[in-house]
Ligand binder design. Sequence first.
Ligand SMILES: C[S@@+](CC[C@H](N)C(=O)[O-])C[C@H]1O[C@@H](n2cnc3c(N)ncnc32)[C@H](O)[C@@H]1O
Length: 267
Amino acid sequence: MSEDAIAKFKEAQRQGWKHFAPLELMTTPTAARLVKHANVRAGQDVLDVACGTGVVAITAARVGARVQGLDLTPELLERARENARIASVEIEFREGDVEALPFKDATFDVVLSQFGHMFAPRPDVALAEMLRVLKPGGTIAFATWPPELLIGSSFRLVSGYMPPPPPGVSPSPQWGDIAIIRERLGAAVKDILFDRACMLVPALSVQNYRDHIEHTAGPMLKLVESLSASDPARLSQFRREYDALVAPYFENNIVRQDYLMTRAVKV
Ligand SMILES: C[S@@+](CC[C@H](N)C(=O)[O-])C[C@H]1O[C@@H](n2cnc3c(N)ncnc32)[C@H](O)[C@@H]1O
């Protein structure tokens, strides 16, 4: 993949994710679960990769950790700084790319990413960076969407309606596959621990849920933007398929989004 294609891909990500802030309400409870899963403790140096509006970073800081957050999207970082100010915690948030982390080797005791590093185009590059900045004996932990469940399947549906990504871009839900995660982490880590949890998203109907996601989640937002302009009939078809995908997960005004958590210790 050419450097130019990678740069374009990341610019599209940056544009797509800039309206994500309202979804922080959904990722706030899961942030607490990830911080617990990673055993974050007071005094540790913690990095939240692809931090968005800072939900994981702020939760870790409230435990007493010294935290830094990094994300591609400046609009979300602005909100993260505001969230930290309101929570009265000191966190350094900076714009950056998980594939080129601006930190020295072995800086952090814990490196976290909630539904974040999975969107980097090259998993090997992103993971090598996350492990490089982690101290030996430190903990890497992340939350990801499994390919076979609602969010992984919806990413696949969305991709099917989009032009193909540049060659070499890895499908993000591969980060939700236990066998692939084991292979990627390989001999660089020990003590891998998986856990599953559920994000519960209130919604008045499947269509209300879709409407919310269309206005906030990067890949979906980009697709709807492009089909609205180019092919409204195809957009209607997409929406029918999307609603059918969500329907089995919708009950009692809740959409159930199950996900995977991974934790491992750097050797
Ligand atoms: C689904 S949001 C999750 C945000 C946050 N971690 C949370 O749980 O609320 C995905 C985030 O990944 C960020 N992102 C995507 N590609 C990235 C990259 N290459 N480097 C850093 N951040 C990236 C986006 O800007 C966005 O904030």
